[in-house]
Design a protein around this ligand. Structure first.
Ligand SMILES: *[C@@H]1O[C@H](CO)[C@@H](O)[C@H](O)[C@H]1NC(C)=O
Ligand SMILES: *[C@@H]1O[C@H](CO)[C@@H](O)[C@H](O)[C@H]1NC(C)=O
Length: 817
C-alpha cells in the first residue's frame, strides 16, 4: 500500500480524501494526499511510520527544516504529519503530471535526517477558464461554407481528468464546432461555417461555447462568441421604382427640381453609398442635371416643348464598389402657350389694278403656331374699314380677297393688318402688316374746273396775246392723268377756228392768233377738249365763249351827203321856206357800238351862220328863219359828225344848198363844186335829178317798210317825220347796259344809227357799207343759219333790238359743245 498507488486507490484518494502513507524501498517515507487539505489535517502517523512512538518523536524534536524561507507546508504534531499550510497543487506544480514535495524531517538526539516525499494529488478544484468573457469575431458575409475559424481554448488549471475535456457549442443556424485533439491531449476547437451568412438578414450573432473538464463533479466554463457579420458588396442599389415619370411645364426656370429619384442599397458603408448618374446617351439629356448624392433631377437648360416634348433618361445608381442598377425617367414636357402665331405672306399681287372685281384674290398668307392643342388654335382677323377679307383655303392657308371696288384716286395704298390670336391662356397674338398699292387705271376723264368759260377781249388786240386759260384736272396717275388741251376743229365764218385761236396743249392757255374786230363778230364759241394720255384716252369738252368788246375805232361814216370830192350833192331850198323847215338831213353811221356809235352833228362852218341849224342828234338841217331874198343863193355848210367814244372820232362833210325855186339854177352849182365836169353839164344835171328822185323814192319805201316792221313787233320806236324815219331810242342814257357786277352783258347789239335822208337824199344801204369796209379776206359769209342765229336774240334782252333789219354781217357766233 505504501509503494504503488493503483488507479483505483488514486480515485478513492481523490474522492474520499483517503490518505496513503507509502514507504519506499529506500525507507523513504512517502505520503500521498489531495491538495487543498485544511490546515491541521492529519496526513499520516509519521511516528508509527518511523517505528517510534509518539513521545520519542516529540523528544527527539522532530521538525521540518525549511530552507530559503520556503513555506513550511507540514508540521509534526504528536507524531502526526499535519497540514500546516494550504497546499495548491496547481501553484506548486502547474501542469506537471505528478506533484511531489520533498521534505526533510530532522530528528535530534541522534540527529537523524529523514526524507519525506509528499505526493500532492490533484483535486478538481479549478473550472475551465476562457481568457475573455466574450470572444469577438468578424466574419465576412461572403465567406464560403466550410470556412473555419479557430477559437480560443479554455484553460483548466487542473490536470488530467480534471483538465478541459470537451467543448460544446450552443446550437445555431450557421456554425458547428470542430474539436481536434492535438498531441498532448490539448483540445483545439474551431467554428466551421455550416450555412452562409447574410449581413443583411442578421448582422451579428452571439454563440455560446461551453468548455467542460473531466473532473467529478464536472466543471464548465462558458464564453460568448460575438460574431459580427461583415458586409460584402453583395447588394446592388435598388430604385424605389423601376421607372419614374414626371411632367414639367416648358420654360420652367432653371434649377427647378423635376423629381427626386431614390435607390437604396442594403449594403453598408462604402458598399451602400449610392451615386446617381445620368446615362448620357442622348445629348438632350444635358437639359437636366442629377445630383449624384440626393438624386434630385434639376433643370439646367431652357426647356422648349416645341423642340422636345418628352425626355427619356436612364439613370444609374452605383454603390461604392461599382454595383449598379438602372431606372428610366420619363419627363413629359407640358406645352405652355409661349409661341405667338406667326402670319407669313406667301404671295401678293402688288400693285393691284384698281378696276379688279370684288372677290379678286390679292394674296395668300399662312398662319402657324408652334404650340400644340388649344395653344395652336388660331383665329385670324383683318382690320375693318378696308375692302379686304380673309377666305380660308386649304389647311392653314388663307386668301386675301377684295370685298369691294378699289379706287386708287381715293385710296392709293392700303396697310392691311392681319392679327392672329391663339386660344391659349393667356392668348398670344401677333400682327402682320401687308402693304398693298393700287395701280392706276385710266378711269377718270379730265374735268374742267368750270362748266364753261367766258373771255372778254377788247377788239384790235395784238395777235398772240393770251386770252385766258382753261384748266382741267384728272386725278389718274401719270400719263393717265396728264391733260392735253386742244381746240376742236370747227369753222368760224368759213375759216377753221385754229386760224383764230390757239391753245397751249400743256397749259391750256388760249391765245388769239389774230386781231379781232368787234365790227366783224362780237362773240364766238369754241370747244376745247381736254384729253388725258391714257390708253384709251378719256376726254371732256368745254365751251369757251369769247366776247369781243368794242373800241372806238371807227370814225363816223357819212352816207349822205357823199363825202367831199366824190359827189356833188346839192339840196334845193325853196325861197319860200319858212323858219324851221327841214332842208336836208345828214345821214351818218358808225361801225362801233354804244357810246362809240352815238353820233352828234354840228355845223362847223357855214356861209350864213344864222340861216341854218342842225339838230344835234338827228342831223336834220333846218332853216332858222324865213329865207329872205337878201340871202345868198348859194349856201355852203360844213358839218362835223362826232361819235361819243373816248376819244371821240369825227368826220366832216359839206352840204351845198341852193336857195332857188328853179331847178334851172342848178347848173350854177357847177361853179360851187370843185370837180371839173364842164362839158356835158346838162347831162350831169339830169343825172343828178334822176338820181335824187330815185333815191328819195327808194329811201321813202325803205323807211316805210322798216316802220311797218317795227310797229308790228314792238312798240314803235321810230318816229316818223314825213318820209324820214328817226330811231326813237337811238340815244339811250346808258348805252352799254351794265349789270350788277359791272361787266358787259354778253348780248350785243350792232346798232347802225342811220339818219334818214331828206326827200331827195341818196340812201346807201348799210349792207353795202359793210361790204365795202370789210377787210380783204375777212368777208363774212352769211349762211342762212348764221342769219337765223343772229336774229335769235332772246326776247327778254333788255338791249335795244337791232334796228338794222337785215344785212348786218357782224353778230354773235354761237357754238355749243
Ligand atoms: C394707266 O391706265 C392703264 C389702264 O387704263 C394702265 O394699264 C396703266 O398702267 C396706267 N398707267 C399708269 C402710269 O399707272
Ligand atoms: C368732245 O367733242 C368731240 C368732237 O365733237 C367728241 O368726239 C367727243 O366725244 C366729245 N367728248 C365728250 C366727253 O363729250
Amino acid at each position: 500500500m505504501r509503494n504503488n498507488v493503483s488507479p483505483l486507490i488514486s480515485f478513492l484518494l481523490c474522492c474520499g480524501m483517503i490518505l496513503l502513507t507509502l514507504r519506499s524501498a529506500t525507507g523513504e517515507l512517502s505520503y500521498s494526499f489531495p491538495e487543498e487539505m485544511k490546515r491541521g489535517s492529519v496526513v499520516g502517523n509519521i511516528a508509527q511510520d518511523l517505528g517510534m512512538d509518539r513521545s520519542t518523536l516529540a523528544s527527539r524534536k522532530a521538525h521540518f527544516d525549511t530552507e530559503d524561507n520556503r513555506k513550511q507546508y507540514m508540521n509534526v504534531n504528536n507524531g502526526d504529519l499535519v497540514v500546516a499550510e494550504r497546499i495548491d497543487r496547481e501553484s506548486l506544480c502547474g501542469k506537471k503530471p505528478s506533484c511531489i514535495l520533498q521534505l526533510e524531517l530532522v530528528l535530534e538526539n541522534p540527529l537523524e535526517l529523514q526524507r519525506i516525499s509528499l505526493h500532492v494529488q490533484d483535486v478538481n478544484d479549478n473550472s475551465p477558464l476562457f481568457k475573455k468573457d466574450v470572444m469577438k469575431m468578424e466574419i465576412h458575409e461572403s465567406t464560403h461554407k466550410g470556412a473555419r475559424f479557430s477559437l480560443d481554448e479554455a484553460h483548466d488549471a487542473d490536470i488530467g481528468e480534471n483538465a478541459v475535456k470537451s467543448y460544446s457549442l450552443q446550437s445555431n443556424d450557421h456554425f458547428i464546432l470542430n474539436i481536434e485533439t492535438q498531441p498532448g491531449g490539448r483540445k483545439h476547437c474551431e467554428l466551421v461555417l455550416e450555412r452562409e451568412l447574410d449581413r443583411e438578414t442578421q448582422k451579428e450573432m452571439n454563440l455560446l461555447l461551453v468548455a467542460v473538464d473531466g473532473g467529478s463533479p464536472q466543471r464548465s466554463a462558458t464564453v460568448s462568441i460575438h460574431v459580427t457579420v461583415l458586409d460584402a458588396n453583395d447588394n446592388a442599389p435598388v430604385f424605389s421604382r423601376p421607372a419614374y415619370k414626371a411632367s414639367l411645364p416648358e420654360n420652367s426656370p432653371l434649377d427647378t427640381i423635376v423629381i427626386t429619384v431614390s435607390a437604396s442599397d442594403a449594403d453598408e458603408g462604402v458598399n451602400g453609398e449610392i451615386m446617381y448618374e445620368l446615362d448620357h446617351v442622348s445629348e438632350n439629356s444635358n437639359v437636366f442635371s442629377l445630383n449624384s448624392k440626393s438624386g434630385e433631377v434639376r433643370v439646367t437648360a431652357p426647356i422648349d416643348y416645341e423642340q422636345e416634348s418628352s425626355y427619356d433618361i436612364r439613370i444609374s445608381a452605383k454603390d461604392g464598389l461599382g454595383l449598379a442598377s438602372y431606372c428610366t425617367l420619363i419627363i413629359d414636357i407640358k406645352d405652355v402657350n409661349d409661341n405667338p402665331p406667326v402670319v407669313s405672306l406667301k404671295s401678293l399681287v402688288n400693285p393691284i389694278l384698281e378696276n379688279v372685281l370684288p372677290g379678286t384674290e390679292v394674296g395668300v398668307i399662312t398662319v402657324q403656331d408652334r404650340d400644340s392643342d388649344n395653344n395652336r388654335q388660331v383665329k385670324l382677323s383683318i382690320q375693318p374699314h378696308a375692302p379686304f377679307k380673309l377666305v380660308p383655303s386649304i389647311k392653314n392657308y388663307y386668301s386675301i380677297v377684295t370685298t369691294g371696288e378699289l379706287d386708287r384716286e381715293s385710296t392709293a395704298d392700303y396697310d392691311i393688318t392681319i392679327t392672329a390670336t391663339d386660344e391659349g391662356s393667356p392668348p398670344l397674338s401677333s400682327s402682320k402688316l401687308i402693304k398693298l398699292s393700287v395701280a392706276d387705271v385710266n378711269d377718270n376723264p379730265p374735268v374742267f374746273e368750270e362748266r364753261s368759260y367766258s373771255v372778254y377781249v377788247v377788239e384790235n388786240n395784238t395777235p398772240g396775246s393770251t386770252l385766258c386759260s382753261v384748266t382741267a384736272r384728272d386725278p389718274d396717275w401719270r400719263q393717265n392723268g396728264t391733260v392735253i388741251y386742244s381746240l376742236l376743229a370747227s369753222k368760224l365764218s368759213g375759216n377753221p377756228v385754229s386760224s383764230y385761236l390757239s391753245i397751249n396743249a400743256d397749259t391750256g392757255s388760249i391765245h388769239a392768233l389774230r386781231s379781232f374786230d368787234y365790227e366783224l363778230f362780237r362773240s364766238f364759241e369754241v370747244c376745247v377738249m381736254a384729253r388725258d394720255n391714257g390708253s384709251p384716252p378719256l376726254s371732256s369738252n368745254v365751251t369757251v365763249s369769247v366776247f369781243i368788246t368794242d373800241v372806238n375805232d371807227n370814225t363816223p361814216q357819212i352816207l349822205y351827203p357823199a363825202p367831199e370830192g366824190n359827189s356833188f350833192m346839192t339840196e334845193l331850198v325853196p325861197k319860200a321856206a319858212q323858219g324851221g323847215s327841214l332842208v336836208s338831213k345828214v345821214i351818218a353811221v358808225d361801225g362801233d357800238s354804244g357810246q362809240n356809235a352815238w353820233l352828234s352833228y354840228h355845223i362847223s362852218k357855214s356861209t350864213d351862220p344864222g340861216l341854218f341849224k342842225i339838230d344835234l342828234h338827228s342831223g336834220e338841217i333846218r332853216t332858222q328863219r324865213d329865207i329872205s331874198d337878201s340871202d345868198n343863193m348859194k349856201q355852203n355848210i360844213v358839218i362835223t359828225v362826232k361819235d361819243n367814244g373816248q376819244p371821240s372820232l369825227s368826220t366832216t362833210c359839206a352840204v351845198y344848198l341852193l336857195i332857188s325855186d328853179n331847178l334851172a339854177d342848178v347848173p350854177e352849182l357847177k361853179d360851187m363844186q370843185s370837180y371839173d365836169g364842164s362839158n356835158g353839164s346838162n347831162l350831169t344835171s339830169y343825172l343828178i335829178i334822176a338820181l335824187v328822185s330815185v333815191s328819195t323814192l327808194f329811201l321813202t319805201f325803205i323807211v316805210i317798210a322798216l316802220g311797218v316792221r317795227f310797229c308790228r313787233r314792238r312798240k314803235p320806236r321810230l318816229l316818223f317825220d314825213g318820209a324820214v324815219a328817226i330811231p326813237g331810242a337811238y340815244l339811250p342814257p346808258h348805252y352799254a347796259e351794265v349789270d350788277a357786277t359791272g361787266t358787259l352783258r354778253s348780248a350785243y347789239n350792232y346798232d347802225a344809227y342811220l339818219t334818214t335822208g331828206s326827200r331827195t337824199s341818196d340812201f346807201k344801204f348799210a349792207r353795202s357799207y359793210n361790204d365795202n369796209t370789210l377787210p380783204a379776206g375777212q368777208t363774212l359769209r352769211k349762211t342762212p343759219e348764221d342769219l337765223g342765229e343772229f336774229f335769235e336774240e332772246p326776247e327778254g334782252s333788255p338791249e335795244v333790238r337791232p334796228n338794222l333789219t337785215s344785212g348786218s354781217s357782224a353778230g354773235h357766233v354761237v357754238r355749243r359743245c
